[in-house]
Design a protein around this ligand. Sequence first.
Ligand SMILES: [Zn+2]
Length: 438
Amino acid sequence: MRLVTADWVLPISGPPMRRGAVLVDGERIARVGPAIELEREAVSVERSDFDGCALMPGLVNAHTHLALTAFGGLLGPDEFTAWLGRLAGGIRALQPSDIEASARLGAARSLACGVTTVGDIAYGAVSMRAAEGLGLGGVFFWEVLGLRASELDAYLEDAGFPHPGATPPDATPGISPHAVYSSGPELIRAARRVADERAVPFCMHVAESQAEDDLVHRGEGPLRRLATRLADDFVTPHSSTVAYLDRLGVLDHAIAVHGVRLDAEDIATLARRHTAVVLCPRSNDFLKVGVAPMDQLEEAGVALALGTDSAASNEDLDLFEEARALMRLHSGLTAASVLALVTSGGAGVLGLDDDRGRLEQGLRADLAAVRIGPTERPEEALVETAGTSAVEAVMSGGEWRIRHGSAALDTGAIEREASSVREKALLALERAGEDSGR
Ligand SMILES: [Zn+2]
């Protein structure tokens, strides 16, 4: 048994608790309560005291591409289609072992900022393996694009899509057709069928950019060529992306990422279909695609979560920074509601809320101890100042993964390994730039 105490404990399901404690038994939370009570009951346990800190559930980053972390800082803010083209060129220059090192870097940086659960999209099992090795859990979506529907089963087999019961204990597989411009209608439908048959989550990038709007409404714009190449049965639906996906019958309990370009009818459809939306405010800003209508989505009862998206379209993978960006855009948000979004909200959207996202008896012992200093308002202190440098310790499944001043996780070695991948990616991007400039 382990007893973890802190100045404040934020269970998320209830109000902050001064001088609180969490008792951990194996990989589960045994009790949450006032430190003075738990100390009396739990004698001869291993103790960790975090003075000046808030103890909260491990954060849930509901949309990442950990395998793209090595591209962080290499692709400046850009127009969406140009960015996508440059990124694809960079990815092609990397070997599978490079992608793996990049995913490990993403997993390490996620843990370092208090994230213990991700909703990650990757080509194959690369992120799942990297995350599992470091103690990061979540839903790992197999990305599907540029295939015919008839090729899907063979692709999933080839890309190591796990057979039922064959996933690591803390990972759930999922399926994600990339977007309407890279997956044709029959492929999207087939992916949805596989998700239903195997009872796994289904996720897509939805209504992200003006370019996507131009394609679905009028069959034109910069994504037209890509759609012709990757989705050969794509026929201009002359409607919004959401209306199109609804006609394909794939939105029920799906996860829609971005959801920037939504009108009132789209929002009503998402609510009716119980489609959840993952907001990615900093990625949207990076790619200049606009701001998702969060208030209207919330009002319609659409379940929401927050994600950083990949390091290729963001400053970093720090979910506290993402939360601050969201608060700057939506002045009505309270600190408590944003903290719920990055914990229980994310867990709910990923279908993991009976297992994590709150500090409650029986849930997975995923904890983050974050330095906030002396304060009477721990929630505000967290959303105003927290970030990677303030994270003192992170536990997932009852094990310490990050521990200030100890080598629970050798982030330095992972950073060094990924730096050569970064150089390779940079070289590929420069070469592609020269080619297109000719
Ligand atoms: Zn994405």
